[in-house]
Structures are given as C-alpha cells and as structure tokens.
Design a protein around this ligand. Structure first.
Ligand code: NAG
Ligand code: NAG
Length: 570
C-alpha cells in the first residue's frame, strides 16, 4: 500500500520492525591531513548502546601512514536501523608501538556523528573537515593556533562513505487469502503458507513458514520480515514458490494449492494489491472445468495495463450530513484517528489516484447548508471554489474535506443524483474511449432521491464512467445494494441500464476487528478494484474500442481462490 500505505500506516508495523535492522551498511574511511603531525594513524570506531548510552568499541582500522596513503582498507559493517538514532564516535590515535592497549598511544582526537547522517548525505558520502575534530590536549600544541579559524582553508579531512549491502535488505510482507478450499470435514480449513526459494539447479529450498490461522477460508496472516537474501539470494527476478496448506493435528497437512512470484513482483505489491490465484495442479488435471477457470495473471498488472494508457478522471463526492463535533458522528474528527470518511476516501482514493495521470480530483460535497446564506446544496465544491474544485491528490481532497467540515453546516437529506449528473456532464463530452471517469461516493445515509438516482445511473450507463459507492457507518444500505445491480440490472421507468456501472461496498464489512487500519483499507480497496476493470472493458467493447494491449485481453474475472499481499515494505 505505498501509494496507499505510505501514510501513517507504517506506525502500525513499527513494533514488529523494532530490533530488526532495516539493512546492513558498510562504512569506508579516509583520513588525510596536510600538516605533518602524525604518521601512523589508526581509527577506532565506538558505537553507543541503546540501553544505557554506553560507548563500546566496535572495531579498529589497520594502521595507515597518513602521509602516503589516506585510505583505510578496513571497513566497518553496521546494522542500520532507520527509526533509531545511532551515535558513532571515531577516535584517532597516532601509534608509537605495537601495543594493542590504546592508552599506550597518542590520542589525537575524536569526531562524533550519527550513522543516519552518513547514510543520508548526498551519495552517502560525508566529509568532515578536521576542525570538527576535538583535539586531544596532548597534541593541541602541535596543531597551529590558526588551525581552526582560517576561513576557506582546508587543513585536512575525514571522509566517510556508506554503502548499503544489497543482499542484507529485508522485506516486510503480509498476506491474506480469500475463499480458499475447504479441507476439514468439520469446520473450515486451518491454512498456513510455506515459502521456497529457487536454487540455481531448479530445486527449491524452504525459507519461511507462516503461522496457522485456525478455522477460516479467508485467513489473514501476521506480517513478517525476511531478508531478501533468504527469499531469492538477492536475485529479484528469481522464482519464489509459495504453497498453501491446511494444518492437521497429525502432521499430515493437506495441500491446498500453490503459486509463484518473484521479489520484484512482491515489492510492487506494496501499493497495488497484487492478487495471485492459488492453483492445485492435481485438481486442475482431474477437472476440465478447473483447468479453464481463472488465470495466473495478477489482477493488478492486468488492470493496470489497460488503465495505464487511458486518462482516468476521478471525482469524489462526500455526503456531509451529521454533526462533526459529536463523537457519534461519522465525521467526528478525533486527533488520534482518521474518521470513517477519511479512511474510506484514503483507501479507495489512493488506489484510483495511481491511475489518474494528473492526480487532480474535483471533490464535491452534498447534503449541507452553505455559507453565507445557508442555502442547502447537494453539489458543492469541497474546497469552496466553484471555479476550480480540483484538489491535488487524495491528500488535497482530505484537506478540503477537513476545511469544509469547519465551514459548512451539514444537513440532510441525501441526494445522489446531482453529483452523478455532475460527472455525467463531463463524461458525455468524451466518448472516444480516450478518457474514463470514476465517481467515488462516500455516504452513510439512506438515499432520499432513489427514483432520480436510478434514472441518473441508467442515463450514465451509456457513458464512459463508473460509480463506486462506499457506505460508512452502521445504517442499512438496502438502496445502495440495489444500485449496485449485481443481482438485478437497475432500471428506471422501464428503461434498463446498458451495463453495470455501480460498485457498492459497505466499509464496515472490511474493518479489521483488531483495529488494523491498513488491513481494513487493503480489503476495501481490493473489492473496489474488483469490478472497475470489467466495467471499463464493457464500455470499450460496447463501443468497439480496442484496448491498446490486446495480448492481455483474457478473461477479466478475478480468479476465485486468491492470496494477496496486504503490504510489502522494504
Ligand atoms: C592499558 O594500559 C594502561 C596504562 O598503562 C593500564 O592501566 C590498563 O590496565 C591497560 N589496559 C589493558 C586492557 O591492558
Ligand atoms: C436522463 O436522460 C433523459 C434524456 O436525456 C433526461 O431527460 C433526464 O432528465 C435524465 N434524468 C436525470 C435524472 O438526469
């Protein structure tokens, strides 16, 4: 969930990441001085413990002759924790003898920095001129008195270079399954995943096992962190095989199916909700029907390859009724949580914005009394600017939404048709298949203008547009379900919609009971994505417009048995 999960969401995973280094960093040092005050220099690195801030020797370089060779060959390899401040101290000594005991040598001086400073410097190369060194009193007299204060005069330098050791990178992943096969006679299945790295010779080595999630066909496994080296030996395109099993007490776990992926594909899953079909090759052989169902294709890259070439124009409309200052209101703004509207907007918006090339969203509110005269409106710009209702990205829409909550008085009833007609006016201008419009409606109420709304949808069904309705809150959503038209094609006064353009999802069905907002948003976004590519393709087909990448034009039905990553983060 980049895009999607770039946000505060990382915090949810922090406890898990604690204590596990993000990566390893190799530090190379060079030291040179233009004044001859020392010949045989050694550099000792100290690191500070997190617990009691005690300095401990981490390692020493070899001894160099500073006048001949300024580069230390010895490299320090440090664990890098990006969420921590890692203090480093470099002590310089001029060696007089072969003794290992540092107190037997001339202490030259020391320099402090953090690992983050080095890694974060441009090109991960940090220079400190020697006047940053705190000179030891024993050598102070050897340092010319004007050593520090000469502007522009460089007397010597320490250079630190940090290099990330690629194959030490770790990846954080979380998977969930949908509609896995039922294996247990009593109850459902107890699924777990086994990960295999592929070897050069085509064999597989087990590299990770998830925990067992009991009695479910829709498991959500715990997020876990694994070194990329363990997963694919640093080869991002190497196959990773993942098998799905049903756990059995007697150890004879039942095989459910498997799928293959690669680190490159997994790392894309971050924002894209990549979906894999779990296949059981035996079942596939036995049943002709099974063989033909679904595809190996990833839902995401499938939909993206079409939507990529096309201008998607996303609109969002939020139903604004209620009193945002009351904690029971779905618009209630708590300093600690995003409210239900903001969560739904973010979850769906972050996905759609990936496809919207300019990422400018007109955002409308409906169901409010507007200042200054208290006129009731069912179609007003959230940012208060009728000339330019565009907001920059989902962040911009959220910002406009928060501003709007402060300025308008929220007011029922709930009319859907004005905002649908609003977008339809734009969609009716572009029918050559070069642009497609998506309206995201978020609402918590009953629909007060059901007859007009149906007619607006029937009208819009011949236009290049789709409508996503997210219902928030505890209300009954019977009308919204009817608009979805999955059961019965929606009609108005005897006229049927040309195609299904509405996708309704009740947010509460997706809310993770343990309060994991990332999971809630990931599940919601996945189901929202499910119908849009189909709706878009239907429009293109009905108008005889050929998608650009015809090689991808297989069945667009998402496969029935799915496993997908909820988040990957590197
Ligand atoms: C190092 O030398 C100092 C002074 O000669 C001495 O006090 C200290 O015990 C020595 N340290 C070690 C580890 O030998
Ligand atoms: C639907 O389209 C018809 C014909 O263009 C129009 O007369 C009618 O007002 C539209 N209905 C709505 C609810 O916009």
């Amino acid at each position: 969930m980049s895009g999607l999960l770039n946000m505060a969401s990382l915090a949810d995973f922090e406890p898990l990441a604690a204590g596990i280094p993000a990566t390893k960093v190799e530090i190379t040092l060079s030291f040179f001085m233009y004044l001859y005050i020392c010949f045989f220099v050694v550099c000792v690195l100290y690191t500070q413990t997190v617990a009691n801030r005690e300095w401990r020797e981490f390692g020493r370089t070899e001894v160099i002759d500073n006048t001949l060779n300024p580069d230390f060959v010895h490299k320090f390899i440090l664990d890098y924790f990006f969420e921590e401040r890692q203090n480093l101290r470099f002590d310089l000594y001029d060696l007089d003898s072969k003794s290992e005991n540092l107190s037997k040598h001339d202490f030259l001086g020391q320099m402090y920095c953090t690992l983050g400073e080095v890694v974060g410097s441009q090109g991960s190369r940090m220079e400190r001129s020697l006047n940053n060194i705190v000179w030891a009193s024993s050598v102070k007299h050897m340092v010319p008195s004007d050593f520090r204060g000469i502007p522009g005069k460089n007397c010597g330098t320490i250079i630190m270079k940090a290099e990330e050791l690629g194959n030490c990178r770790s990846v954080l992943m979380q998977f969930c399954g949908n509609k896995l096969d039922k294996k247990d006679f009593f109850g459902k299945s107890d699924p777990f995943l086994v990960f295999y790295r592929s070897n050069e010779d085509g064999t597989f080595t087990i590299c990770h096992k998830t925990e067992v999630v009991k009695n479910t066909l829709d498991p959500v496994w715990q997020a876990f962190k694994i070194p990329v080296r363990a997963l694919c030996n640093g080869d991002y395109d190497r196959a990773i095989k993942i098998e799905v099993y049903d756990w059995d007490r007697d150890g004879g776990h039942d095989y459910i199916g498997q799928f293959s992926t690669s680190y490159r594909e997994l790392s894309k899953g971050h924002s894209r909700f990549t979906v894999w079909e779990v296949l059981n090759p035996k079942k596939k052989k036995k049943k002709k029907k099974y063989l033909n169902s679904g595809t190996h294709e990833i839902l995401h890259s499938y939909s993206h390859s079409y939507l990529n070439d096309l201008l998607i124009n996303a609109f969002s409309a939020l139903f604004m009724a209620g009193n945002p200052s009351q904690p029971t209101s779905l618009h209630y703004m708590s300093p600690y949580h995003l409210n239900a509207y903001a969560l739904a907007l973010r979850a769906v918006g972050e996905i759609i914005q990936d496809y919207d090339s300019d990422k400018m969203f007109p955002a409308l509110g409906f169901g409010a009394k507007l200042p200054p005269d208290g006129r009731v409106s069912h179609e007003f710009p959230l940012n208060g600017n009728p000339e330019n209702p565009y907001c920059s990205g989902i962040e911009g829409v959220l910002e406009a939404y928060y501003q709007s909550l402060k300025s308008v008085r929220l007011y029922g009833p709930t009319y859907f048709s004005p905002v649908i007609n609003h977008v339809a006016r734009y969609a009716s201008l572009v029918k050559d298949g070069s642009e497609y419009f998506i309206l995201l409606i978020i609402s918590d109420g009953v629909i007060s203008d059901m007859a007009q709304t149906k007619e607006s949808i029937v009208n819009a069904s011949s236009l290049p547009m789709s409508i996503i309705i997210v219902g928030v809150g505890p209300a009954e959503f019977d009308e919204m379900i009817e608009l979805d038209g999955d059961e019965v094609r929606i009609s108005s006064r005897g006229r049927f919609a040309e195609r299904d353009i509405v996708q309704f999802v009740p947010f509460r069905d997706y809310i993770d009971r343990r309060g994991n907002h990332i999971l809630s948003m990931a599940r919601l976004a996945k189901d929202v994505l499910a119908e849009i590519p189909d709706q878009f393709l239907q429009y293109m087909r009905s108008r005889g417009i050929k998608p650009q990448h015809s090689s991808h034009s297989t069945s667009s039905k998402p496969p029935s048995t799915l496993v997908h990553p909820l988040q990957t983060q590197i």
